[in-house]
Write a protein that binds this ligand. Structure first.
Ligand code: HMH
Length: 228
């Protein structure tokens, strides 16, 4: 299919589902340091429920790797989540708890967008190929890198948010994204039009779910019986 032969073209095809992530009110408020700490606490708590499932999904991709190079690639992504991002999110929760000391309602319970996103990732992992899984996980890492790199330059100093921005805007994080995209693009080159269209649909859904995760954080949206 013309126009869907690379991650770059899939991102362009995702249109507003992608561009909305770059200008979303949550990261924008985080960068100008006006985001209320309670909202960040809610978001990080939900992220700590999201990331272990995300890691399990990457493990499915590793398990289904076609060759040693693919196995190594997914394993590096998995290690990045388990050894770097999860501990970093736990540190962020500790830090924001100084500014927002009261636990949010339902902090240990997946809120609707968290459940939708993790359930979709896990169902893609259960039924898809390793490349389907790669398409599903690509918007996560890639969009965070792009969001942070776009905002870090003009960001206000903040005792917690600055660390978040620097982490995702770092060269180390960018290297993770570059590696993931290169592996995805190389695999995509071997796919026929039908497969590329399916992968683009998966990528697009990942972008939508990223956006609803930000929306959920901004609104602190939880199940009706959990919300006070
Ligand atoms: C919801 C979500 N998407 C992407 C990332 C980046 O890994 C994250 N930590 N959380």
């Amino acid at each position: 299919m013309r126009g869907l032969g690379s991650s770059h073209e899939m991102r362009d095809a995702a249109g507003v589902a992608w561009t909305a992530l770059l200008t979303h009110g949550f990261p924008v408020a985080l960068a100008d340091a006006t985001l209320p700490p309670e909202r960040f606490r809610f978001y990080v708590s939900q992220n700590l429920l999201y990331l272990p499932e995300y890691a399990r999904v990457i493990a499915f991709a590793a398990a289904r790797s076609a060759d040693g190079a693919e196995l190594a690639e997914h394993t590096e992504s998995l290690v990045n989540i388990v050894a770097t991002e999860l501990p970093q999110n736990r540190r962020l929760l500790d830090a924001i708890s100084q500014l927002a000391p009261t636990a949010m309602p339902g902090e240990g319970v997946k809120a609707p967008a968290t459940l939708a996103y993790t359930s979709w990732l896990l169902s893609t992992a259960a039924t898809g190929t390793s490349l389907d899984i790669a398409a599903a996980i690509l918007p996560c890492a890639w969009s965070y890198g792009e969001i942070a790199r776009g905002l870090v330059g003009g960001a206000a100093e903040h005792p917690v948010y600055t660390e978040w921005l620097r982490f995702f805007a770092s060269d180390e994080y960018d290297a993770v994204v570059v590696r993931q995209r290169a592996a995805f693009d190389a695999a995509l080159a071997t796919q026929d039009d039908d497969a590329r269209a399916r992968l683009a649909d998966i990528f697009l859904m990942g972008c939508r779910l990223e956006r609803s995760f930000w929306d959920q954080g901004l609104a602190m949206q939880h199940w009706d019986d959990v919300a006070a």
